[in-house]
Ligand binder design. Structure first.
Ligand code: NAP
Length: 257
């Protein structure tokens, strides 16, 4: 691992937390980001912060440095502040993992303008805001690793997720462009597209729905956050130095091979 410091957006729980711990285990200092908003209830902000602080303690137990930073990545100003604070606290930003995301599943005719905006801002605009801010620092070092978490739904679409799928598809075109724009300056950009992963996002599925989904997966089970984290850790390691502009599905062979 050449990289020394990493920012993982939305790393207070779920897949982001697993990525933060995997990179810390590989020797990286980590900026743990949780959702903090001036518009949110302070009790919500405090609960999110304490989740992030627990992740920071786990990182420190692995021997790496951790800094906890609250931000709302769907806001350009807040995302810029998040990246700046990462550099102030860790000295540099070698790795950016755009992981934060939300879903607001609904049929097209029931998606409100506000829901559409919120999903697109959080899942796609945030990737632009954080990447733009991080690339400025990465260019100075002529080194950077950007991995963005899309979804298999961004590749194939899904009923009830038109806004989510659109945001996740957008990440693909964005990443391919970034890879072409900055490859010669030592910055790589790749996409990981998870299938069904056990996290708060999929916790509302009942046992019957989970069994039905697993039936359609070649490996016969839902994924874990660690399944995704292992692939991200590979992509930011020196083993993947000659890899850019790639989409890797981490879905256990969903829908057959
Ligand atoms: P999760 O358990 O719901 O966690 C989401 C994370 O994003 C939390 O840490 C949350 O912070 C953070 N977050 C949400 N909005 C934010 C904002 N505006 N600013 C900063 N942080 C924000 O979700 P997950 O399952 O781990 O998903 C992680 C990523 O994988 C997402 O991009 C998701 O779309 C993608 N994905 C997930 C699956 C799956 O099956 N789970 C499949 C494909 C793709 P707080 O905890 O502080 O609210």
């Amino acid at each position: 691992m050449k990289a020394k410091s990493a920012l993982i957006t939305g790393s207070s729980r779920g897949i982001g937390k697993a990525i933060a711990l995997a990179l810390a285990a590989d020797g990286c200092d980590i900026a743990v980001n949780y959702y903090e908003s001036s518009q949110a209830d302070s009790a919500i902000n405090n609960a999110n912060r304490s989740d992030a602080e627990a992740v920071a303690r786990e990182i420190e137990a692995l021997g790496s440095k951790a800094v906890v930073i609250g931000a709302d990545v769907s806001s350009a100003e807040s995302a810029q502040g998040l990246v700046d604070q990462t550099v102030q606290a860790l000295g540099q930003i070698d790795i950016l993992v755009n992981n934060a995301g939300i879903n607001k599943d609904n049929l097209l005719l029931r998606i409100s303008d506000a829901e559409w905006d919120q999903v697109l801002r959080t899942n796609l605009n945030a990737v632009f805001y954080c990447s733009r801010a991080a690339v400025k620092y990465m260019l100075k070092k002529r080194y950077g690793r950007i991995v963005s978490i899309s979804s298999v739904v961004g590749v194939s679409g899904n009923a009830g997720q038109a806004h989510y799928a659109a945001s996740k598809s957008g990440i693909l075109g964005f990443t391919y462009s970034l890879a072409k724009e900055y490859g010669r300056r030592g910055i790589t950009a790749n996409v990981v597209a998870p299938g069904y992963i056990q996290s708060d996002m999929t916790a509302r599925l009942n046992a019957e729905q989970t069994a039905k989904i697993a039936d359609n997966i070649v490996l016969g089970r839902l994924g874990t956050p660690e399944d995704v984290a292992g692939v991200v850790a590979f992509l930011v390691s020196s083993r993947a130095d000659y890899l850019t502009g790639q989409l890797i599905r981490v879905d256990g062979g969903m829908g057959g091979l």
